[in-house]
Design a protein around this ligand. Structure first.
Ligand SMILES: Nc1ncnc2c1ncn2[C@@H]1O[C@H](COP(=O)(O)OP(=O)(O)O)[C@@H](O)[C@H]1O
Ligand SMILES: [Mg+2]
Length: 392
């Protein structure tokens, strides 16, 4: 059986990339966990698979690892189809949410364990030559210490897992994966068990590690903030179906459908039922002009969904990069104003529409009063009311 190809540097192709080609996974008779997935993770890329619980993220990851059989389609690591390659020969390392360290081993041995297992074969081969066996042992020692230094757990090498905090244990789990220098890292919600502060810190550390090591990584999370901040690209899934795969800024600016638009961003995008009338987006209580040549002009007389992100609504009385004009300004009643320090989250009523806006903390608007707000017309989103696909 063909082994996954050796890693070679620099050509930017699918050297140690991961590819899903028309992959389906059906559990039992009819649970379609992954539905015709096509996705190419590039060599050295940090790809985040994101979506709500049950959308098939873990299943997709486990198929890369070989822990789950592929019902239909192909999975490749590098240019080798791995459907039938056993997990141990795929040269991957996986970190889970519930990482299990060996409780009876200290941190050093936990990290070294996988290396020793892997070297065992060559160790026996080389048993006759004792000096080479010693070289292997010294090499393992160097690598364990190097990784421990990288993850700042050198001080704990002699401790047992139960003598560590949750965050330190998670680092040991990461160290154990990294030390093997795999071709591909697979991570399934590895930060979920950490408290908020540690999560943010570890997030940054993982990004730094990826920059240093440059190992192709597929990272699974249900958290859109992790996806936005960590992913070089992100793949958004829903009900086993890939919705969009692109750089975070692109997904944020140009969501392909209403689901992606609502999933990415916090507070979430506002959605308002509207009709295209006379070249305008008519939401009843207010209407906004369409930019010349906009694809939605073809929707004359039809229903659409208007999408406005909270940060694209401004207090008209504050200087901002949006100049208030009759076309972009609406009257809104401020129902609730939540101070966040650097800004306010304002719950607005524009006629019958409830809309959330994030407003600069210099604002003078008051709860229960009606004020003028302007909307960045270049940043509005429009979706087909029936198909929920973006109109552009
Ligand atoms: N071993 C299994 N047997 C049957 N159904 C499963 C199994 N594992 C997952 N599923 C189902 O497949 C779908 C996707 O699950 P999963 O990949 O775990 O989603 P996610 O990781 O995105 O939360 C869900 O509907 C889940 O209930
Ligand atoms: Mg999961």
């Amino acid at each position: 059986m063909a082994k996954p190809a050796e890693r070679t540097e620099g050509d930017g192709g699918l050297v140690a990339g991961v590819a899903f080609r028309n992959v389906n996974k059906i559990y039992g008779k009819d649970v379609k966990a992954v539905n015709d997935l096509n996705l190419e993770v590039r060599d050295k890329e940090f790809m985040v698979l994101v979506g709500p619980s049950g959308c098939g993220k873990t299943t997709a990851l486990r198929m890369i690892a070989g822990l789950e059989e592929v019902t239909e389609g192909d999975i490749a690591i590098g240019d080798v189809r791995v459907n039938d390659v056993p997990p141990k020969d795929r040269d991957i390392a996986m970190v889970f949410q519930n990482y299990a360290l060996y409780p009876h081993m200290n941190v050093y041995d936990n990290i070294a364990f996988g290396l020793r297992l892997r070297e065992l074969k060559s160790f026996f081969w080389q048993l006759a030559n004792w000096s080479q066996a010693k070289t292997i042992k010294a090499d393992i020692d160097n690598r364990v210490k190097e990784v421990a230094r990288m993850l700042d757990i050198e001080k704990y090498l002699q401790r047992r897992p139960k003598e560590l905090s949750g965050g330190q244990r998670q680092r040991v789990a990461l160290a154990r994966a990294i030390v093997r220098k795999p071709k591909v890292f697979l991570m399934d919600e590895p930060l979920s068990n950490l408290d908020a502060k540690l999560r943010v810190q570890t997030r940054a550390e993982l990004i730094r590690l990826h920059r240093t090591l440059g190992i192709t990584t597929v990272y699974v999370t249900h958290d859109q903030v992790e996806a936005m901040t960590m992913g070089q690209r992100m793949a958004i899934m829903k009900d086993g179906v890939l919705q969009q795969c692109d750089q975070p800024e692109q997904v944020y600016k140009y969501p392909v459908n209403k689901f992606v638009a609502s999933f990415i961003g916090s507070p979430p995008m506002n959605f308002i039922d509207a009709t295209i009338t006379g070249g305008k987006v008519d939401a009843g209580a207010f209407s906004l002009p369409l930019p010349a040549g906009h694809a939605a002009l073809a929707y004359e007389g039809k229903k659409v969904t208007l999408g406005i992100r909270p940060e694209d609504i401004f207090d008209a009385n504050l200087a901002s990069n949006i100049a208030p004009s009759e076309a972009n300004t609406v009257d809104a009643k401020v129902d609730v104003l939540e101070p966040l320090g650097h800004e306010y989250v304002a719950y607005l009523g524009i006629g019958p529409h409830n809309v959330i806006a994030t407003i600069d903390n210099e604002t003078r608007v008051k709860e229960s009063q009606t004020s003028k707000f302007c909307i960045d017309l270049d940043a509005i989103h429009l979706f087909d009311a029936e198909t929920e696909q973006a109109i552009r």
